[in-house]
Write a protein that binds this ligand. Structure first.
Ligand code: PLP
Length: 425
């Protein structure tokens, strides 16, 4: 079996890639509590930006503490639109096409129902089994609750990891009103070609709703130019907005006036402070706001988006690609010979900033890795899932993680982790 000694050329490659990395200095912008810990979970919960700590401390003391109700007029309303505008740049939307609110699941519910209620005469919603479970639950509820006679068609994936565009194309008939997919699929990291899908779907009069939770911040997104109708996503993964930070929704500008929010709350009203007894929706995307936005959580999102914009989105995409590509060379040299498989596509344009390894002992290996300070996800039944965050992960961290995987497998130390501990199978 190949050893991975300090003299191995891939260590040199890692060092020189880090030395040339234009984003190298951004790591110090994040709180790194334990410099030896290799955090490969930025796709589940991104690291804390140092400036977020200072920002929140100030807002709590000086604004909540002193301004109280005056805060809304002094800055909080501006904060909401500022954050939305910054996010619009990141996802390739026009100003006024993005709203931060609620959770991704709730936003999906609002947009899916709103969409089905205007797609009169159509009957079918298409998604695929690579989608996130919450999305599937909500789409199932939406087809029952929307007006009309809808059913959900869930396309299956032959290999469990990918879904060719042709398969979606074949499923689209004039009866299809909505196609709802995750841009990057949470399990394998497979990436749908949204730009091409958008063309195909629109030719048949269907609408496209994309969940960009796993792609925002790490792969190029041009939602408006791709003519995507609707999108949702979260800000706590690669956007580093903090645990449970507000999610977002995107509605193409020409569509917003046609769609009705199925949860018509007072802050989606065209003039909430007139306290009318009748609901009249705000003209644009504001109609998808329901209740009072979480100002503190919203304020935590802004410095995180600033970091990404300062780093430069092209730099972030380039590095995300570089990290997955480098990991694949480590995989070929050391992990494939040790019995690991690969769930993530090898074509760079078909994956997000994620690698998912297949191993029959994935669960105990993930526990052993955590004890050796490599933090990654286990996804049943047999996946080790790693997200590579371009702003704070380094090439040498990936090399070190692979060295630790080799040691865990060669020494069989993972056998100390009996199944069933921690409540996972
Ligand atoms: C993370 C994720 C979610 C999370 O939804 P919340 O309601 O914000 O918890 C939803 N969909 C996808 C595709 C995700 O990756």
């Amino acid at each position: 079996m190949n050893e991975f000694p300090p003299s191995h050329p891939l260590w040199e490659t890692a060092k020189s890639l880090d030395a040339k990395d234009p984003l190298r200095k951004f790591r110090q912008e994040f709180m790194i509590a334990d410099p030896d810990e290799i955090y490969l979970n930025g796709n589940s919960l991104g690291r804390l930006p140092v400036r977020t700590v200072q920002r929140l401390e100030r807002i709590i003391r000086e604004q909540w503490g002193v301004w109280l109700i005056r805060g809304w007029d002094r800055d909080w309303l501006k904060l909401l639109s500022r954050v939305a505008d910054k996010l619009a740049v990141i996802i390739g939307a026009h100003p006024g096409e993005v709203l931060l609110a609620d959770s991704t699941s709730v936003n999906l519910y609002k947009l899916a129902i709103a969409c089905l209620n205007i797609q009169r005469g159509k009957k079918v919603v298409i998604t695929d089994e690579l989608n996130f479970p919450s999305d599937l639950y909500i789409l199932r509820a939406a087809v029952q609750q929307a007006q009309g006679n809808w059913r959900l068609q869930i396309l299956s994936s032959e290999d469990g990891n990918t879904l060719p565009l042709e398969k979606i194309e074949k499923a689209i008939t004039p009866e299809v009103g909505l196609v709802a997919l995750s841009h990057v699929c949470f399990r394998s990291g497979f990436l749908h070609d949204i730009s091409r899908l958008s063309e195909v779907i629109h030719q048949h009069g269907a609408m496209l709703l994309v969940d960009v939770s796993h792609s925002a911040g790490v792969v190029p997104l041009r939602l408006h130019d791709w003519k995507v109708d609707l999108a949702v996503g979260c800000t706590y993964k690669f956007l580093n907005g903090g645990p449970g930070s507000p999610a977002f929704l995107y509605v193409r500008e020409d569509l917003a006036p046609l769609l009705d929010n199925p949860i018509p709350g007072w802050l989606g009203h065209e003039n909430p402070f007139r306290f009318d007894l009748e609901y009249r929706p705000a003209r644009g995307i504001g109609r998808f706001r329901v209740g009072t936005p979480p100002v503190l959580a919203m304020a935590a999102v802004e410095p995180a988006l600033d970091l990404l914009l300062e780093a430069g989105q092209e730099n972030a995409y380039h590095k995300a690609k570089g990290l997955t590509e480098f990991f694949l060379s480590l995989y070929d040299a050391f992990l494939r010979p040790r019995g690991f498989g690969l769930a993530t596509p090898r074509e760079p344009d078909r994956r997000g900033a994620q690698i998912s390894l297949i191993h029959p002992e994935a669960w105990p290996i993930s526990r052993a890795a955590r004890d050796r300070k490599v933090v990654l996800d286990f996804r049943p039944p047999n996946l080790l899932r790693m997200g590579f965050a371009p702003l704070y992960n380094s090439y040498q961290e990936l090399a070190r993680a692979v060295e630790i995987f080799c040691q865990i497998v060669d020494s069989q130390s993972y056998r100390q982790y009996p199944e069933g501990v921690d409540g996972i199978p």
